[in-house]
Design a protein around this ligand. Structure first.
Ligand SMILES: NC(=O)c1ccc[n+]([C@@H]2O[C@H](COP(=O)([O-])OP(=O)(O)OC[C@H]3O[C@@H](n4cnc5c(N)ncnc54)[C@H](O)[C@@H]3O)[C@@H](O)[C@H]2O)c1
Length: 213
């Protein structure tokens, strides 16, 4: 859907959709539709989400969720009252010091304003038994180092996603050829459908998981 019929019709034709609309209220109240994905401008998120919740639709909303905390609270209350699955996609710019319940400390820093860092979203974790490093520009790879590695082989090695890693069964069967931005959306949608079918909670955090033994 889009703001004018012409834009909506054009997008439907390009992307292969059978139906289109220029009225989000019609979509929100359409009994054939179970899930509303809100990717409109930020000033429209709250109104659409609250109406969608009232129509008992599951919701994924783009960040920033709302124009302020008060509006976000109203959205949360609406989805809770309707008992629908709900989630928000998040990124952009911030820096913070963090202390976790288990005593671990760290910094989190993000910006969209560093030339050359096209999608350089990284995390590096140092623990007693080793370290992990991840860079979003290399979505298929996790750098891993164990403290008890032999001294002549100490350093990061690369673990790749593949059929053996979570969600691998639904993606390409070739290791190191599984994850692109599109795949993260496929996994997100799979998790949402699964949460609806099994009536479990919907956690997006699971989508980048690699289990290390
Ligand atoms: N999570 C992420 O990684 C990520 C990345 C980019 C953008 N976003 C978020 O996605 C949202 C959209 O961003 P964008 O860059 O695609 O913006 P955009 O301006 O390119 O697209 C917004 C679309 O919403 C439509 N729209 C505006 N008002 C509308 C209304 N009242 N009813 C129906 N449609 C309406 C516009 O016609 C347009 O097609 C924003 O909230 C943005 O912050 C998130």
């Amino acid at each position: 859907m889009d703001v004018t019929e012409e834009l909506a019709r054009d997008a439907a034709a390009r992307l292969g959709f059978e139906h289109y609309s220029n009225d989000w209220r019609a979509l929100v109240n359409d009994p054939e539709i179970d899930i509303i994905v809100i990717v409109t401008t930020n000033n429209t998120h709250a109104e659409i989400a609250i109406a969608a919740a009232k129509a008992v639709k599951h919701i994924i909303c783009e960040k920033p969720l709302a124009l302020g905390a008060e509006q976000a609270k109203e959205m949360l209350e609406a989805v809770q009252a309707a008992s629908v699955k709900h989630a928000v996609d998040v990124d952009d710019e911030f820096i913070t010091m963090v202390k976790f319940d288990n005593g671990a400390i760290g910094t989190i820093e993000a910006t969209r304003n560093a030339w050359g860092r096209n999608n350089f979203l990284t995390f590096e974790i140092h623990g007693e038994k080793g370290s992990l490093y991840f860079n979003y520009e290399r979505l298929d790879e996790l750098q891993v180092c164990f403290a008890d590695d032999p001294s002549d082989a100490k350093g990061f090695r690369t673990v790749y996603t593949g059929p053996a890693t979570p969600y691998g069964e639904g993606l390409w069967t070739i290791p190191a050829l599984c994850m692109g931005y599109g795949e993260t959306k496929i996994i997100e949608t799979y998790d949402l459908f699964k949460a609806i079918v099994e009536d479990t909670s919907f956690h997006q955090t699971s989508r980048m998981t690699i289990k290390l033994n």
